[in-house]
Design a protein around this ligand. Structure first.
Ligand SMILES: Nc1ncnc2c1ncn2[C@@H]1O[C@H](COP(=O)(O)OP(=O)(O)OP(=O)(O)O)[C@@H](O)[C@H]1O
Length: 191
């Protein structure tokens, strides 16, 4: 369960987020125009940005949550380009206490390739698998459709349905999970 409690964020002299209140306990896609604060909210949930006001709880924890409780996937993959996929997954499994089970998103096909040799879509696939290694009950993915083909999106949706909570952001409607407009979960007045 991801609980966003009255989260405000001021950046560059503007209130980007104005009192966001939201509880996520299933697959939820957050939609909104470019610049409406979706990525900012993901960063706050991930604990890499502090809210100006308010708090985020993930299964009752805050502000920084272990990878075993919250998996995070940003738009830019968090992988070591010089290492192979196998080496990356081994390293992150060690750090997060998880392990690779089966071949999610087809990663076994690319295990021995260096990450720098992969296409963007394959790097994103590997990055999602990296986040899922410790089997976190909660997940947040910024722009999940970017780079993923239809087959990978379908498999990703199946993987997400197994989570307690998955918050996705996309600049366009995905047809995945329950859609929530960012304007509808904060105080009226917009930006
Ligand atoms: N470090 C920063 N300093 C100043 N302003 C920032 C900073 N980061 C983001 N912003 C501003 O905050 C607003 C929200 O940005 P954010 O990236 O969260 O929006 P978004 O909804 O994810 O957009 P998109 O759909 O285009 O990805 C934008 O106006 C952006 O310019």
């Amino acid at each position: 369960m991801i609980e966003i409690r009255d989260v405000w964020k001021r950046l560059g002299g503007f209130w980007v987020l104005r009192g966001v209140n939201m509880r996520v306990n299933s697959v939820v896609t957050l939609v909104g125009p470019n610049g409406s604060g979706k990525t900012t909210l993901v960063k706050i949930i991930a604990g890499v940005l502090e809210p100006s006001r308010g708090e985020v709880l993930v299964d009752g924890r805050r502000p920084r949550v272990p990878a075993s409780v919250l998996g995070v996937v940003f738009h830019t993959p968090m992988l070591y380009p010089e290492l192979t996929v196998r080496e990356n997954l081994k390293l992150f499994a060690k750090l997060s206490g998880g392990r690779l089970v089966g071949c999610p998103l087809g990663v076994c096909k690319v295990l021995d390739k260096p990450v720098k040799a992969l296409s963007f879509g394959w790097r994103r696939r590997v990055d999602v698998v990296r986040a899922l290694l410790p089997d976190p009950p909660n997940l947040v993915i910024d722009e999940p459709t970017t780079g993923l083909d239809e087959e990978a999106r379908g498999e990703l949706l199946d993987l997400l349905k197994e989570r307690g909570a998955a918050l996705l952001t996309s600049p366009f409607p995905l047809g995945i999970g329950h859609e929530v407009r960012i304007e509808d979960v904060q105080y009226a007045g917009g930006s």
